[in-house]
Design a protein around this ligand. Sequence first.
Ligand SMILES: CC(=O)SCCNC(=O)CCNC(=O)[C@H](O)C(C)(C)COP(=O)(O)OP(=O)(O)OC[C@H]1O[C@@H](n2cnc3c(N)ncnc32)[C@H](O)[C@@H]1OP(=O)(O)O
Ligand SMILES: CC(=O)C(=O)O
Length: 544
Amino acid sequence: MKDDTGPRGAPVSPGSPENSQVFVYDTTLRDGSQSEDVQFTLEDKIRVAECLDQLGIDYIEGGWPGANPKDIEFFRRIREVSLTHSRISAFGSTRKSGNRTSEDAVLRALIDARTPVVTIFGKSWSLHVEDILGISRRANLEMIRESCDFLKQAGRELVYDAEHFFDGFRENPDFALETLRAAEEGGADWIILCDTNGGSMPWEVERALREVRHSIRTPLGIHAHNDSELAVANSLTAVRAGATQVHGTINGIGERCGNANLVSVIADLVLKLETSVTSARELSRLREVASFVFEIQNRPLPKNQPFVGESAFAHKAGVHVHAIRKNRRAYEHILPEAVGNTQRILLSEHSGRSNLAEKAREYGIPLDSGSPEAVKMLSTLKELEHEGYQFEGAEASFELLMRSASPEYVPYFEIDFFHVRMEQRKDIGEGLSEATIRVRVGDRTEHTAALGNGPVNALDNALRKALGTFYAGVNEITLLDYKVRVLAGAHGTASRVRVLIESSMDSRKWGTVGVSENVITASLLALKDSIVYGLLKSGTVPRG
Ligand SMILES: CC(=O)SCCNC(=O)CCNC(=O)[C@H](O)C(C)(C)COP(=O)(O)OP(=O)(O)OC[C@H]1O[C@@H](n2cnc3c(N)ncnc32)[C@H](O)[C@@H]1OP(=O)(O)O
Ligand SMILES: CC(=O)C(=O)O
């Protein structure tokens, strides 16, 4: 961990006016961990810090030393990690009113954390000074000045977070500016204007930034919360108005509605504002970092997350797919690869021939989008979707449908018939199911039976047992997920259902679908496609 140089290895000269570099300050491990349902273990925190370092983040706020044992331990452990770029910051508040700085527990803990950077927050809004801290405005100014001075005397790079700056500035601009001056007099290297309650509008942020720049020489930054869904917009507005440090969290996690999403902020800074940001060199790692931070929280990355979500460059509408095949800029605001994402074409009732042609190309199936085969396949797709099929999450079933339309297609197997019997007895507790099935492979048949803990499990076992005689690879296919959805418009337990199955083999995953009024039949259709697709992708040749 470096402690005497700036983010690019040069002596620290944060945000000097001639320097158009914008410094990115990540608070995923501090403000991010104040998010409901987020809890990082110590190991998680270290791994996230390493990941942020590789992304080229300039500052990583690791936590509040003294708030809990984990954060104290984090600052000890992170000293043993050799980060290549990021500077670690310890976060806390100005001293308590009435305390001497040298005896204040919060300030002492910040020094003891032995980080190159320290960040403290102080009050800018008279409401907080009077109603929350219950002290005079003058006492608040002293707290800010003395706390900053104390930490600077200790040799730290000092970031001063002006908490609730925009609310304070709206209500009493003179006092809000006085608090910033106190931090400047105390020697803060950075003054960060915080939209703590997330209620500010971009035009308010712009006006405040411009006014602050008239009276404050210290480099400015922005720390925006997302309560009005404007945290990213407010951050970019602040940069355009002169802020040279931007705070945020990966995927926008944070207190209440979260913080500015750094994933979007970085992408916008680099790709839209053409700002110099160190992370620009690693931009194509954005999707990987976003996924990683959620993965360790056991949370899926939202599909529609801008830039990095799975749907960010997924095209469903026929008109869109038709256009992007000619020029992808028609419906893509950036190249998905720039942020580590990829273009996807979806299949649904909203598809046109262009979707099919693109999918056929992906599958390696010859199909001319103007051919009668394409028209017929499109109408089959729409009819099936109308019946309740949904191929978006079950593309393997659609690929098989397309393949089976070819006159050369040889089926792997057919199911002649099946029976399922279930027994549920009070005395044995768990129920037992038995399935029998006869499969046909070419001119040979195999008739087997198997048990299972439920009817679908028994059927799956019986099908694999029968097919095992012909295709050894069937047992390599694993079922990962099984979902049943009752389709709207039908009647109670007689409703039509859709079964979606997710399967895997080696590192490949695929989804298949079956629809029927009978949940067992729907399951068998999805199971059958799952196995056929697995055999196809493993290179197994059908025994015709
Ligand atoms: C805008 C933000 O996100 S700021 C960061 C907020 N993050 C957190 O609060 C997470 C970590 N916090 C904690 O673990 C605890 O709240 C601690 C350890 C910091 C403090 O715990 P406690 O001493 O039990 O106090 P408690 O949480 O009830 O109250 C907060 C205290 O901070 C004081 N305080 C709040 N802001 C400031 C400030 N800028 N400067 C000095 N003191 C402050 C309050 O006056 C109150 O102290 P008091 O009870 O002596 O009046
Ligand atoms: C400092 C901080 O987290 C805030 O004002 O939101």
